[in-house]
Design a binder for this molecule. Structure first.
Ligand SMILES: [Zn+2]
Ligand SMILES: [Zn+2]
Length: 435
């Protein structure tokens, strides 16, 4: 690990409630920082970006130092002073999935990276320094491509009103909606969950719900006028928090084997009643009219994890069954044994020929790019990942000790959690499940 180049400035009289990355000269930072700590925000200042090799390595350090302060990653902000507004806009675009809001004083030399900030709440100010594209032009450009959260503000930079606005932004209420192709959307909730809307001719099917605050149905209603049913890949809180908003819910009855105490802890207030859901199992077909969605078993992560295969759009939705790029979680209450996962993966591999060129959509698409790492990592789900899972499971069952080099913990189990991997396949696992 390289030596740290960043320091975090902590609020003096308040607990840390959020974290803000500040791109500013030292003189600008001297004015900005007291305003942030007053709001309970931990702050890291970059005045000399050339100290880092590139933006990903800088951001990796930023996220690491904020992580060490146990900062709330749903409330991560960016402030760009006039002297570094170009860099602030570039990072706002590249890291819009991570940031909850930003305020930037000035414009940018390059337009294209800015347009990736379409879903990020932004307030931009004129600034004194002249750039090729003014802040006002950049905001107009974002609004042209559909942003509803970008504003040009004609007042003084970082007024108390602006700070109140900035620190009220949270990933827990933000959605990104992506139109993938006619009749198919992906919806990214907060910082980490992905769910999907499929439209047939007669009805629409939502695959999972994410776990943002507030209802999800109004958003879905804004996308389709057809009746909407819900299909659950599995019964974890981050996939079914909004189940109560739907009348017709498809779910494998095997999810009833999950410990109820654990499920209630994961989603307080949600009425979880597996007897009320329409049971689905391998081979069932949900017909949306012109679009048939087939159910395939994919147990392991949970006893009733299923994959929904959309033959019209030639894609499949796999929830957490095989992870989403960083690994499958086998270290929480109710997960099955590694031998079950191996059996399940081998079974799924029998569809390799039939589903050869189908696109896979996992439950946490951001993990295709690694967790909080934004370098060159890219590991989308596909059958090759499953082939590596077979080897990984077999190595675990043969007690290959070389795998257990990364001991860790999580908040759900008392046992040591190991991160184990083989080529494209990875898993978080506890030793009691390796049988
Ligand atoms: Zn999940
Ligand atoms: Zn899960």
């Amino acid at each position: 690990m390289s030596e740290k180049k960043l320091t975090v400035i902590l609020p003096r009289e308040k607990a840390v409630s959020s974290a803000t990355l500040v791109f500013a000269s030292e003189a600008e930072a001297a004015e900005i920082l007291p305003k942030l700590t007053e709001q309970g925000s931990a702050a890291a200042v970059v005045s000399d970006p050339e100290k880092w090799r590139d933006i990903p390595s800088m951001m990796e350090e930023v996220l690491t130092v904020f992580g060490e302060q146990a900062a709330d990653f749903t409330r991560l902000y960016l402030i760009g002073g006039n002297s570094l507004s170009e860099l602030a806009w570039t990072v706002a675009g590249a890291y819009s999935r991570v940031l909850a809001g930003c305020c930037i004083d000035g414009g940018a030399e390059h337009l294209v990276p800015v347009r990736d900030a379409k879903f990020l709440p932004i307030r931009a100010y004129a600034g004194e320094k002249q750039e090729r594209f003014s802040a006002q032009q950049l905001i107009r450009s974002l609004r042209t491509i559909g942003s509803e959260w970008a504003d040009f503000v004609e007042e003084e930079f970082l007024s108390s009103d602006a700070l109140t606005w900035l620190f009220s932004q949270t990933k827990e209420t933000q959605y990104e909606v992506h139109w993938l192709k006619p009749g198919l959307w992906s919806i990214e909730a907060g910082a980490i969950e992905s769910f999907y809307l499929i439209e047939g001719e007669e009805k629409a099917l939502l695959v999972d719900t994410g776990m943002n605050q507030g209802p999800v149905l109004p958003l879905v209603r804004s996308l389709t006028k057809l009746p909407v049913e819900l299909a659950l890949t599995h019964a974890h809180g981050d996939h079914m928090l909004h189940v109560d908003e739907f009348d017709k819910v498809y779910c494998s009855p095997r999810e009833g084997q999950l410990p109820m105490e654990f499920l209630h802890a994961m989603m307080p207030g949600v009425s979880i009643d597996f007897t009320k859901y329409i049971p689905v199992e391998e081979g069932d077909v949900i017909d949306l009219g012109g679009v048939k969605v087939e159910v395939l078993a994919a147990y392991g992560h949970t006893p009733g994890s299923v994959v929904f295969v959309d033959h019209a759009h030639r894609c499949l939705f796999s929830g957490d069954a095989f992870g989403s790029g960083t690994g499958v979680l086998m270290a929480i209450p109710g997960t099955m044994n590694v031998s079950d996962l191996l059996e399940s993966v081998k079974h799924f591999l029998t569809y390799q020929e039939t589903l050869k060129d189908y696109i896979w959509y996992g439950g946490h698409r951001c993990q295709e790019f690694g967790e909080q790492k934004h370098g060159e990592y890219y590991n989308p789900l596909c059958f090759e990942v499953l082939e590596d899972f077979v080897v990984l499971c077999e190595k675990l069952l043969n007690h290959d000790e070389t795998l257990f080099c990364e001991p860790g913990t999580n908040s759900w189990v008392t046992e040591t959690v190991y991160t184990v991997s083989y080529q494209k396949a990875a898993m978080w696992v506890v030793k009691s499940k390796i049988c």
